[in-house]
Design a protein around this ligand. Structure first.
Ligand SMILES: O=C(O)CCC(=O)C(=O)O
Ligand SMILES: [Fe+2]
Length: 345
């Protein structure tokens, strides 16, 4: 494992307790509570939003309210068959259950490399470490793929890496158009800001069980650095929590539904109308959990900022224009800071 850190999976298999660097301390985000109330986030049927023009008022209203209150909703009617989603989850589990040495072939190549297999990137000695392993890969633009980090095992995993993101990208593009129309903007207002060479990133998350589940987090509180993240949750084990008005709520596991999580780049572009929620992941004492997130980000050299039509006297500009927001967010996340506050005017 990079940096001589222990692998959390190995620690679980060996029955060791989490070392001090993993223990969550009291912070502005509160302590670990593994069973907060269920988040009443809506389930929205994408096919209904697309079926007729204009889309049904009831579905649009649910979307509007999800975007400005939770910044998160469950999406059905997305067109990806349940059997395919199951295949993605199974392949993810199989990859993480491989012997550690086999996975290490795909490890991050340096301590601050954002891609590959591993744990947290270390920014400071004080950083609390996450009880998880990840495999992070850039999928688009195609000429930036680092295929040496794309696992060849288990069988079919590479095929999933090629096919699944194409399906998700189609959904993302539709969502950006629907959100623009909802805010009475030109359909491509958001898509144009992300640019022709927008990034598409995959993150496969693996949370081994932990014998002290109330003392660690699988993933620290953060808001996503993306435009939008589409998350495929484990269909058996819950763990994702979302924060609203400084309280934590459990995100329900709904079979075959994908979780749509708005990221900071959409909050910036929409001048704060669409919210990017802070969320975290708790771990289970007995069961492992996996999840797969696919997210987009603006082209690295492209400046993003609030869409001009969303700035007026009543709603002054909330965020400055910013380039390469992903890097700002990543560092804040590891330090336990709220990234979007650093670009607020
Ligand atoms: O594992 C999960 O449910 C959430 C993962 C997540 O928040 C992320 O990958 O950004
Ligand atoms: Fe996230």
């Amino acid at each position: 494992m990079a940096l001589g850190l222990k692998n959390v999976h190995k620690m679980f298999l060996q029955g060791s307790k989490p070392p001090p660097r993993y223990i969550v301390k009291e912070s502005k985000f509160g302590l670990v509570d593994r069973s907060p109330p269920l988040a009443p986030i809506p389930t929205i049927n994408l096919s209904l939003l697309l079926s007729s023009s204009p889309a049904p008022d009831e579905e649009l209203e649910k979307l509007r309210s999800a975007l400005d209150s939770w910044g998160c909703f469950l999406m059905t009617g997305h067109g990806i068959p349940p059997s395919y989603l199951k295949k993605v989850l199974n392949a993810t589990k199989e990859f993480f259950e491989l012997p550690i040495e086999q996975k290490e072939k795909y490890s991050r190549r340096s301590s601050n490399d954002g891609e590959g297999y591993g744990g947290d990137i270390i920014f400071s000695e004080k950083q609390v470490l996450d009880w998880s392993n990840r495999l992070a890969l850039k999928l688009l633009p195609e000429d930036q793929r680092r295929l040496e980090l794309w696992p060849e095992i288990p069988d079919g995993f590479r095929e999933i890496l090629h096919d699944y993101p194409v399906k998700i990208k189609g959904i993302l593009d539709l969502l950006f158009k629907i959100m623009a129309k909802l805010l009475k903007l030109e359909e491509d207002s958001f898509l144009n800001q992300f640019g022709e060479r927008a990034l598409l990133l995959a993150r496969f998350n693996f949370y081994p069980p932990c014998r002290n589940p109330n003392e660690v987090l699988g993933l620290k509180p953060h808001s996503d650095k993306s435009g939008v993240t589409i998350l495929l949750q484990d269909d058996e084990v819950e763990g994702l929590q979302i924060s609203k008005d400084h309280e934590w709520f459990k995100v329900p596991v709904v079979p075959h539904a994908l979780v749509v999580n708005i990221g900071d780049q959409m909050q910036i572009m929409s001048n704060g109308i669409i919210k990017s929620p802070v969320h975290r992941v708790v771990v289970n004492p007995e069961k492992l959990r996996v999840s797969v997130s696919i997210s987009n980000e603006a082209e690295q050299d492209k400046e993003i900022g609030p869409v001009p039509e969303l700035v007026d006297e009543k709603r002054p500009r909330l965020y400055r224009n910013v380039k390469n927001y992903g890097a700002i967010n990543l560092e804040c996340f590891q330090k336990g800071e709220v990234a979007i506050e650093t670009v607020r005017i």
